[in-house]
Design a protein around this ligand. Structure first.
Ligand SMILES: Cc1cc2nc3c(=O)[nH]c(=O)nc-3n(C[C@H](O)[C@H](O)[C@H](O)COP(=O)(O)OP(=O)(O)OC[C@H]3O[C@@H](n4cnc5c(N)ncnc54)[C@H](O)[C@@H]3O)c2cc1C
Length: 413
C-alpha cells in the first residue's frame, strides 16, 4: 500500500491546481486520475476568466425564463425530468436561492475570488508557463433592446462590486468588434476579464506538478473511500490501495458519488455543455464574446475559435445531442457571419453545479482528514488557482486568503 501526506482525487483544473500549491509547500502528494489529465470538463470549455460573470445562475426571474426554454428542444437550458430524488431536491434548493439577497451574497464572495485567480494566472504566465493568457476583456453582446437593458442593469450592479464596464450602443459595438452583424443592438465591454487555453493550462501545470515531485497516476480510478470513525483510512483504486494524512476530493461532477457511502450529501448536479472548436477559421473575433440571448461564449484561442454553450441537466450522461450542437452553431450566426474552418472538434463536458452556484471548498464536519474542492459549476477555470491555493493553505494549517465558511460542504445539510 502506497502512502503520501496528501492524496488528490481528480486530474481536472481543480485537482491539478491543488496539487501545484501543495507541492509548492513541499507536501508529498499523489494525484489520482481515472482517465488522462484534463479529460473532464476542464478540456474543451470556453477558457474565460470572468469576474464579470459572478452573478449566480440562481437569480430572480430565471425560473420564468427557464420554463419558457424548457419547451424548446434547442434552447440553452434543458432538464431531463426523471424520478430522481437528488435532481428534484437540487431543483427545489436552486429555486430557493433565486433571490436578490443571494445574488449579492454570491457577488461578495465570487468577485474577489476570481480577481485573486486572475492574479495567480498572471503569476503563472510570468513564471514562463505557456497557456495563452490574454487580458483583452470580454464583451457581452445583445440582439434585443430588452436583454440589452437587463444587461446594463446587471453591469450597474457589478460596478458596486468593483467590476468596470463600458456600455456600447449601436455602431460603437461594431467599432469594438467589426465582425458583429448589424442586428446586434449593443454590447457591454468588461475590460477586467481574461481568457486562456484551458487544456494547455492544465496540462502544462500538471507537468510542473510532476517536476515538483508529485506522483501523478493516470488510469487509476478511485472505487471507494474506506473510513474508520471520523477518518478516511484508505483510498481503494483500480490500481491498489493508498493511504494519506489528508484526502482531497476534486473529482468534478463525479464527486458526490464518491462520498455518498460516507453519509456526506453534496448536491452537485452534472450540467452538460458543448463546444465546437474551429481550427484555422476564415474569420475570428479579436476578443471573446458572450452572445447574450443564445447563451453562447465565443473564444479566440490562438489559431482556433471556440463556441461553447448549453446547460443540460441530464445526469452523468456524456452522449452528444447533435441537435443541441447545431443550435449553438445556428445561435452564433445570429450575431456573427458563418465561419468556415479547415477542421472542427465537437466536445462535451459536465459542469459540477451546486444549487447556490457557489463552489464547495472545505472539510465536512464528519471527517477530520477529508477536504472537498468541487462544485465549481460554470466557473471552474476562473476559480481554479484560488481554489488550489485555499486548499493548500487549509491542509497546511496556514491562515486562509478568504473566509471559506460560506463554501462549507456542510451548508446543505
Ligand atoms: C461548455 C462549457 C464551457 C465552460 N466555460 C467555462 C469558462 O469559460 N470559464 C470557467 O471558469 N469555467 C467554464 N466551464 C466550467 C469548467 O469547465 C468546470 O467548472 C471545470 O472544468 C471543473 O473542473 P474540475 O477539475 O472540478 O472537474 P473536471 O475537469 O471534470 O475534472 C474531474 C476529474 O476527476 C476525474 N475523476 C472522476 N471520478 C474519478 C474517480 N473515481 N477516480 C479518479 N478520478 C476521477 C475525472 O476523470 C476528471 O478528469 C465550462 C464548462 C463547459 C461544459
Amino acid at each position: 500500500m502506497e502512502r503520501a501526506d496528501v492524496i488528490v482525487i481528480g486530474g481536472g483544473i481543480i485537482g491539478v491546481c491543488v496539487a501545484y500549491f501543495l507541492a509548492e509547500r513541499g507536501i508529498n502528494a499523489i494525484l489520482l486520475e481515472r482517465d488522462e489529465i484534463c479529460s473532464g470538463a476542464s478540456y474543451g470549455n470556453a477558457g474565460l476568466v470572468v469576474p464579470s460573470h459572478s452573478v449566480p445562475l440562481s437569480t430572480p426571474g430565471v425560473i420564468e425564463k427557464g420554463l419558457k426554454w424548457l419547451l424548446n428542444p434547442e434552447s440553452p437550458l434543458y432538464i431531463r425530468f426523471r424520478l430522481d430524488f437528488e435532481l428534484m431536491s437540487w431543483l427545489w434548493r436552486f429555486w430557493r436561492f433565486c433571490t436578490e439577497e443571494h445574488v449579492k451574497h454570491s457577488l461578495s464572495i465570487l468577485v474577489p475570488m476570481q480577481q485573486e485567480s486572475l492574479r495567480l494566472f498572471e503569476q503563472f504566465a510570468a513564471s514562463g508557463l505557456e497557456f495563452g493568457l490574454q487580458r483583452k476583456g470580454t464583451m457581452t453582446v445583445f440582439n434585443t433592446q430588452k436583454t440589452f437593458e437587463e444587461g446594463v442593469q446587471e453591469a450597474e450592479l457589478l460596478r458596486e462590486y468593483g467590476i468596470e464596464s463600458q456600455v456600447l450602443f449601436g455602431e460603437k459595438v461594431r467599432e469594438k468588434e467589426p465582425l458583429l452583424k448589424e442586428s446586434v443592438v449593443g454590447g457591454i465591454y468588461f475590460p477586467g476579464d481574461a481568457h486562456l487555453d484551458p487544456a494547455q493550462f492544465v496540462l502544462a501545470l500538471a507537468k510542473e506538478v510532476e517536476q515538483k515531485g508529485v506522483e501523478v497516476l493516470t488510469q487509476t480510478e478511485v472505487i471507494e473511500l474506506q473510513v474508520r470513525e471520523n477518518i478516511v483510512e484508505s483510498v481503494v483504486t483500480t490500481r491498489g490501495q493508498f493511504k494519506a494524512d489528508t484526502i482531497v476530493l476534486a473529482a468534478g461532477a463525479w464527486s458526490s458519488n464518491l462520498v455518498r457511502n460516507l453519509g456526506i450529501k453534496i448536491p452537485i448536479q452534472p450540467a452538460k455543455g458543448y463546444s465546437i472548436t474551429f481550427y484555422e477559421p476564415n474569420l475570428c473575433p479579436s476578443i471573446p464574446l458572450m452572445l447574450s440571448e443564445v447563451r453562447v461564449a465565443v473564444t479566440p484561442l490562438n489559431g482556433r475559435l471556440r463556441f461553447g454553450g448549453t446547460l443540460e441537466l441530464a445526469g452523468l450522461d456524456l452522449s452528444i445531442n447533435q441537435r443541441r450542437v447545431e443550435a449553438i452553431r445556428r445561435g452564433a450566426t445570429q450575431y456573427l457571419p458563418q465561419i468556415e474552418a479547415k477542421r472542427e472538434e465537437v466536445w462535451r463536458g459536465l459542469r459540477p453545479c451546486t444549487p447556490d452556484s457557489l463552489p464547495i471548498i472545505g472539510r465536512p464536519r464528519k471527517f477530520d482528514n477529508l477536504v472537498i474542492a468541487s462544485g465549481h459549476g460554470i466557473l471552474g477555470v476562473s476559480l481554479g488557482p484560488v481554489t488550489g491555493k485555499l486548499v493548500a493553505q487549509l491542509v497546511c494549517g496556514e491562515p486562509l486568503d478568504f473566509d471559506i465558511q460560506p463554501l462549507s460542504p456542510d451548508r446543505f445539510q
